[in-house]
Design a protein around this ligand. Structure first.
Ligand code: KG4
Ligand code: ZN
Length: 353
């Protein structure tokens, strides 16, 4: 079976073809994965401008899907089902993908499935590695979300904790913006941090043990918070600007700041993920989402995996940041469960998982 995935939740227009195969160790084969990034358009504004994003999706969607088909050596006639991101995301952006997918499914008379963007990130781990040992703890860490899930059964996600304020990727983007480094901030700070001293500035960590007011049934043990760290960085930068009498900090100070900030973010993410794994007796940890592309997070997770003997699974870089292959993969789970989308499917900007 060939599944066409479509993803337009934010600033990437993406389409991919995933094939299902009768192979228990690798049941999903990635046939093509096309992403048209809008970074060049939005970086001028220091972040994603929703109206510009949706207009660019309209321009790109047909060409991106055609390219995904040709890269997979397939035609429209070979497509057996279509999977599209329904939400969460920017509603104008989501609508482009949802409208396109509904029209294509109707024209082809093929089944349509509506995918949650985070389910896509989670399933990118299975797409990359095949089945992983269960139960597993999955850390989804992106520009919009930082959440921990317990997966006891494939395709079923139990929320254990999430950020109470900023997502980790959002903290990266805001710190980079504050330093005048550009957008998106994650890859820029990741690169700069390599030349910095991660012990130069002792930014505070957070440990949340009080219940979340919005979800009192969770004790907060596995929640995250990054807004305090972001404020500490802001305070440090303002102090240094005043002391230097200049807007721009020297390159070595920026590198030290990037390394110290990154140390704290990565330490927090890894600490919570492994604590959750021990608490729930998990046999594996998965890390997915845009921030899983971070070089330090990948290295520290693998190092800790070696020490703790819990295997860690992270998708390749192409499947870490937003893509449509992960949407096709999550769509296959829905198809297998017979959970088809109605023909009047609508985009949902704040869809719960
Ligand atoms: O998953 P994603 O592509 O989109 C969302 O669903 O949000 O994640 C984008 C986020 C951005 O905040 C970006 O700065 C961050 O992932 N990111 C990184 C790295 N590459 C992307 N953060 C840290 N280090 C990286 N290398
Ligand atoms: Zn994402």
């Amino acid at each position: 079976m060939l599944v066409l995935g479509i993803e337009t939740s934010c600033d990437e227009t993406a389409a991919a073809i995933v094939e299902t195969r009768p192979d228990d160790r690798k049941p999903w084969l990635l046939r093509s994965n096309v992403v048209a990034s809008q970074v060049d358009i939005h970086c001028e504004w220091g972040g994603v401008v929703p109206e510009l994003a949706s207009r660019q999706h309209v321009r790109d969607i047909c060409g991106v899907v055609e390219r995904a088909l040709s890269d997979a050596n397939a035609t429209w006639a070979d497509v057996d089902a279509i999977a599209v991101t329904q939400g969460p995301g920017l509603v104008g952006s989501l609508l482009v993908g949802v409208s396109f997918a509904k029209s294509a499914a109707w024209a082809l008379q093929k089944p349509l499935v509506a995918v949650h963007h985070l389910a896509g990130h989670i399933e990118s781990i299975w797409l990359e590695h095949g089945p992983i040992p269960l139960p597993a703890i999955i850390l989804v860490v992106s520009g919009g979300h930082t959440s921990l899930y317990l997966v006891k059964q494939e395709g079923h996600y139990e929320l254990l904790g999430r950020t109470r304020d900023d997502a980790a990727g959002e903290a990266y983007d805001k710190v980079a913006k504050l330093l005048g480094l550009g957008y998106p901030g994650g890859p820029i700070l990741d690169r700069l941090a390599r030349d910095g001293n991660d012990a130069a500035i002792n930014f505070p960590g957070t440990r949340l043990t009080s219940p979340d007011r919005n979800a009192p049934e969770r004790d907060g043990r596995f929640d995250f918070s990054f807004s305090g760290l972001k404020t500490s960085v802001l305070r440090h930068v303002r102090q240094r600007q005043t002391a230097l009498g200049a807007e721009q900090l020297p390159a070595n100070e920026i590198a030290d700041l990037a390394a110290s900030f990154q140390f704290r973010v990565v330490d927090t993410l890894i600490d919570r993920a492994f604590a959750a794994a021990h608490w729930h007796g998990a046999k594996a940890i998965g890390i997915a989402g845009g921030v899983s592309a971070n070089s330090r997070l990948r290295a520290e997770a693998m190092a800790k995996s070696g020490r703790s003997e819990i295997p860690v699974f992270i998708p390749s870089l192409a499947l870490s940041t937003d893509n449509a292959a992960m949407i096709a993969a999550a769509g296959i789970r829905l198809l297998d469960a017979g959970r088809l989308a109605p023909s009047d499917l609508n985009a949902a900007a704040s869809l719960p998982l």
